[in-house]
Design a protein around this ligand. Structure first.
Ligand code: FES
Length: 121
């Protein structure tokens, strides 16, 4: 399935990601963290905190947000924006479930780069 300038790339199944955890997908030089919430929603954003580039994939997922493991900024999984008094944002990516399969929207042509992934648990 295609969207304008983007294509949906299968990156595994829901079971590959622990609840309230994340899985990382490499896309060129960028690492994208794909999060699973306690109620099995999925979100994707660059694995880089807007504060000092902390690995958001290693943060705690709660209430539609992830808390950065470094200095506890809270980032909205939906918008990538820092919450509360903190300012800044991280790039988000469209992601959806097709049954148990997770599809991530990436710019056309970058799909081949998604070969390597890492699990932070
Ligand atoms: S790097 Fe994420 S809160 Fe500082």
């Amino acid at each position: 399935m295609r969207m304008t300038g983007q294509e949906w790339v299968s990156i595994g199944t829901l079971h590959d990601i622990p609840q309230r955890g994340a899985r990382c997908v490499r896309n060129g030089d960028m690492t994208i963290a794909v999060f699973r919430t306690a109620d099995d929603r999925v979100f994707a954003m660059e694995d880089k905190c807007p504060h000092r580039a902390g690995p958001l994939s290693q943060g705690i997922v709660h209430d539609g947000c992830v808390t950065c493991p470094l200095h506890n900024w809270i980032i909205s999984l939906e918008t990538g924006r820092a919450q509360g008094a903190d300012e800044g944002g991280t790039a988000t990516f469209a992601v959806r479930l097709e049954g148990q399969r997770i599809l991530l929207a990436l710019p056309c042509g970058s799909a081949a780069a998604v070969a390597e992934s890492c699990d932070h648990g």
